[in-house]
Design a protein around this ligand. Structure first.
Ligand code: FNR
Length: 200
């Protein structure tokens, strides 16, 4: 993988637990993206026994049935294989016009395609998002949740991370600087890993 972080163990699993493979994606490529900053904060705090792989969804071409009919492009095959191989997918979504950004929807769409079972089937997923706005990406998360539920993904219902007023929570270097949010993030990650373990 050229532009993605290589798969790497962040900590060793405890003796009695298998490692969890986490595939992480953020729906913004903006240099000073709050959502990428939130993802970075999360990946710095993954619980013990989690192996992280990041995938940049902007590498995927826009879904096109003709492209698919000619055979999945290499990056699409790589993406589908990465979702299949993961025990948990962490999606970090901005909100655009009361919905999710095209780049994440496009990743959902490619993952939903054959071969069967499609990549989202029975897949544990955790969703979070950040916005300078007031609703914390609630509408984008609802839309993403709905699409994934239709694909039989196991989207963690609770807890949720809906970061409103993101501009005040990150410092100049885009480090998540708010203690209460950091605590919630740690609890969210613990819950997401426990959620994945229920199905692995
Ligand atoms: C936005 N933004 C936005 N925010 C929100 O809370 N609800 C919304 O419906 C929208 N709609 C919207 C549409 C478009 C086209 C843009 C470009 C932006 C603001 C958005 O949350 C903000 O730009 C974030 O900073 C984008 O996420 P990143 O890039 O910081 O991760």
């Amino acid at each position: 993988m050229s532009s993605d972080a290589a798969s790497s163990p962040t900590a060793s699993a405890t003796a009695h637990e298998n490692p969890i493979s986490l595939l992480a994606m953020a729906g913004s490529q903006r240099r000073r993206s709050f959502n990428r900053a939130l993802l970075r904060a999360a990946l710095e705090r993954t619980p013990a026994g989690v192996r992280v792989r990041e995938f940049d969804p902007s590498r995927l071409p826009f879904y096109d049935g003709d492209v698919e009919a000619a055979g999945d492009p290499e990056v699409v095959a790589e993406f589908k294989a990465a979702v299949h191989a993961s025990d948990l997918v962490l999606l970090v979504t901005p909100e655009y016009n009361a919905g999710l950004p095209a780049v994440l929807k496009n990743a959902v769409d490619w993952g939903s395609r054959p071969p069967r079972p499609q990549a989202w089937d029975a897949k544990p997923v955790a969703i979070m998002g950040a916005t300078p706005g007031r609703l914390g990406t609630a509408l984008a998360q609802r839309s993403l949740r709905e699409s994934l539920a239709g694909l039989n993904a196991r989207v963690m219902p609770q807890p949720r991370i809906l970061l409103a007023g993101a501009g005040k929570l990150f410092d100049e270097d885009l480090k998540l600087a708010d203690e209460a949010t950091l605590d919630r993030l740690a609890a969210f990650l613990d819950a997401a890993v426990a959620w994945a373990r229920r199905f692995s």
